[in-house]
Design a protein around this ligand. Structure first.
Ligand SMILES: [Zn+2]
Length: 135
């Protein structure tokens, strides 16, 4: 499928992926914050597991447990944010931009260009979408 600008018919189109980028960042932050509570748990679990190997084992176990929990939280949040951002980009925002005339637009599931004016039209779009499904 070749994407074409609905305004000037140019085929020089690029995707902006704003929400994807923002979603990934917010997801990583949220995941890390979520990971912080997991860090306490990870440290405690690591420490009690490490106790088998004495006090030094408890310290090493606690630190590695905390690091693992933090990393897992950040990574999970980041990928969740990326997926959500992709959905927002493809369904709601004018994700595509014509590099010839700088017109922003979206395409529907069939690749047909849609003309949403700006981000404040999001509620209006949802209403239209619901009506379409009913009729
Ligand atoms: Zn154009």
């Amino acid at each position: 499928m070749i994407l074409q600008c609905p305004k000037c018919k140019s085929i020089h189109i690029k995707s902006k992926n704003y929400a994807r980028k923002v979603g990934g960042t917010i997801g990583a932050i949220a995941g890390t914050i979520g990971g912080l509570s997991a860090i306490t748990y990870g440290a405690r679990t690591g420490a009690s597991t490490g106790l088998i190997f004495g006090p030094f084992g408890a310290t090493v176990g606690g630190i590695s447990g905390a690091i693992l929990a933090g990393l897992a939280g950040g990574a999970a949040g980041s990928s969740a944010g990326l997926s959500l951002g992709e959905l927002v980009d493809s369904k709601i925002l004018n994700n595509l931009k014509c590099t010839s005339c700088h017109h922003s637009f979206s395409v529907d599931d069939h690749g047909i260009p849609q003309n949403y004016h700006d981000y404040s039209d999001m509620d209006e779009y949802d209403d239209e979408h619901l009506i379409e499904q009913v009729s």
